[in-house]
Ligand binder design. Structure first.
Ligand SMILES: Nc1ncnc2c1ncn2[C@@H]1O[C@H](COP(=O)(O)OP(=O)(O)OP(=O)(O)O)[C@@H](O)[C@H]1O
Ligand SMILES: [Mg+2]
Length: 258
């Protein structure tokens, strides 16, 4: 049964314009993301997907508009409040972005050491719990150079989960993975969403991922510098008013079988 929280808006973009200095990359983006949703962001290479993600997580400041996280304005709030909000967000980068000189467990422990006052044994317990969640508990003492690309992504995800984020962001999680590892990572994202009751925003080029796990997709179009359409991926593939969207979501781009 659905409860009242299901319809809670956890992330809201209002008339958002993003870019660098005065160069506009995307403008007038409006989006509400509900608790527990998996939402994908799709668009041409260089259209501004990563830029959008970095604005949402507070790394860059938008040129215009607002970003509300759990109803609070990320841009106008105090530095302290912004840091509290940023702790509710976890991000997994394309490469996994692990520190090569630290073991997998030490990498996952980093956010806990930096942002909490937990004891060493408590941190160890949490690290093992997060590694277990992503199926990497047996590799705690390995170095990043000793594990595969897919494992690095899992370890990066464990680190993103360390502070129990309510909002999880992924920038191209399938990049560099073979179709099977990529499908496994999709299932992992879905199971983490279910287990941690998190909300997921996923930047991806992979139509397979979009159709496999997304509740909705946001299609960005570089030509018009804004959102071309938002909705259920299958619905948009068939019925979007935008030909660009129908084409981008078109079947012949699929690698995995539906
Ligand atoms: N730090 C920066 N300073 C200035 N311009 C930038 C910066 N980072 C990215 N850009 C430009 O902003 C635009 C959007 O880049 P972005 O990386 O957000 O695109 P993307 O959709 O994530 O692309 P891809 O699919 O290749 O990852 C590009 O034209 C890029 O050259
Ligand atoms: Mg990118």
């Amino acid at each position: 049964m659905k409860n009242a929280n299901d319809s809670q808006i956890v992330l809201s973009l209002k008339d958002l314009t993003i870019g660098y200095d005065n160069k506009i990359i995307m403008e007038n983006i409006n989006l509400d993301v509900r608790r527990g949703e998996i939402i994908s962001i799709l668009g041409q290479s260089g259209c501004g997907k990563s830029t959008l993600l970095k604005n949402i997580i507070g790394l860059y400041t938008p040129l215009k508009g607002s970003i509300l996280i759990f109803g609070r304005d990320l841009i106008c709030c105090s530095e302290y409040r912004r840091r509290v909000m940023m702790k509710k967000m976890g991000i997994t980068y394309q490469s996994g972005a692990l520190l090569g000189s630290l073991s997998i467990a030490e990498n996952v422990a980093l956010p806990l050491e930096e942002h909490t006052r937990k004891t060493k044994s408590e941190i160890k317990r949490i690290v093992m719990e997060k590694l277990e969640m992503v199926g990497m508990d047996k590799y705690a003492d390995y170095m990043p150079s000793e594990i595969s690309g897919g494992m690095k992504k899992r370890a990066g995800l464990a680190r993103a989960l360390a502070l129990n984020p309510e909002l999880l962001f992924f920038d191209e999680p399938s990049a560099g993975l073979d179709p099977i590892s990529s499908a496994e990572f999709d299932s992992l994202i879905k199971s983490i969403r279910d287990r941690a009751n998190a909300t997921v925003v996923l930047v991806t080029h992979e139509l397979d991922s979009i159709f496999a796990i997304s509740d909705r997709v946001v299609v960005l179009d570089k030509t018009i510098k804004t959102v071309a359409d938002i909705g259920d991926p299958r619905e948009l593939r068939e019925n979007s008013a935008s030909e660009f969207v129908r084409r981008l979501l078109g079947r012949n781009n699929l690698k995995r079988q539906e």
